[in-house]
Design a protein around this ligand. Sequence first.
Ligand code: ADP
Ligand code: MG
Length: 371
Amino acid sequence: MLQQYFAPGRVNLIGEHIDYNGGLVLPIAIAQGIGAKVLYTGSPEVRIRSAGMKGELAVNLLEETFEKRPEAWMNYPLGVIKYLLPYIQSHTDGFDAELHTDLPVGSGLSSSAALEVLTAYILLNMGSRQSNTDGIQIAKLCKQVENEFVGVNCGIMDQFAVSMCKAQHALLLNCNSLNYQYVQFEPEGYSLLVMNTNKPRTLTDSKYNERKSECMHALALINLKRGNQPIDNLCQADFNWLGYIKEPMLLKRAKHVITENYRVQAAVNALEAKDWYEFGELLTQSHWSLRDNYEVTGFELDTVVNLSVRASGCLGARMTGAGFGGCAIALVETTKIGHFIEQVKPNYDKATGLSLDILVTRAENGVHIKI
Ligand code: ADP
Ligand code: MG
């Protein structure tokens, strides 16, 4: 029988670069994602093709030694199959899958997590989550695959969002405890725009690791002063403890982390109060902090955010994802979207020599089977 699955991408509304500091993040699953047409064959053979990608991943569940493949894209599904194998009931769960996507690849909308979580749901033949525990376990396993098998140093947010998000809601996730709750996100009269800078993310990986180690360093400095009351991560620090850090650069990094975590809580309060102005303002404040304190924005992201916040009808804008390229988001009055695009896109394109892509999106369901 032919089955169709869909795994969305995600955007993080606010809470940037704090997942690895034990902080709060607030992602939504978006309308764009990876779809799969799947035929279960009753054999141990798995075959996956993806439109626009070279080759076919062919795996035998019984015989496979799970050597990494030269075609980079294949290692995401291959890793998931390898790590899930001990959990599947029968080795005749093979399938033939055709993937197609409308998610920009490598742009910070988590196409990699979508591909991983999609593969897991297909292999487990899970039409829907039997329980939330399953969704969380799958997210953890997919993160492990990306870290260990693919070799990308990402946090848990992406896989958790793709697996667990719910339509009309943002997902408030504590990256330390993995406690989560859904917060209604249906901005009536406003729309969420995702703007792809189309700037290649060349610096992202090295700077990501650099920021991670700077945060460890800042944490160690705080703990030196805390004596026998150490904290586990920077997001547990009180704003007043920033005085313990004398080194200016580390101070800025820690300042971003601590204030960003506060901003997520304030953003949740704003959503609950349906105070879209406050919510928009917090998005923009987050961007300034990522620009000035955390220094992960860059010319293209700053240009698109500067143009956005000046455009009429825009309540706030910020980069989303790891930074140095990728995407930004903006909350814009729905009736003014056309005008917003006219004001932002040509000016961005002129200033950068790149072409800005703008998608209108909203909070959608996480991975699911299509009926
Ligand atoms: P992001 O997750 O931000 O989109 P990554 O660099 O983490 O960027 O992941 C992008 C990689 O994921 C691609 O280079 C490709 O290997 C894989 N990928 C994403 N979408 C697909 C797809 N539809 N088919 C095959 N591989 C994909
Ligand atoms: Mg990714």
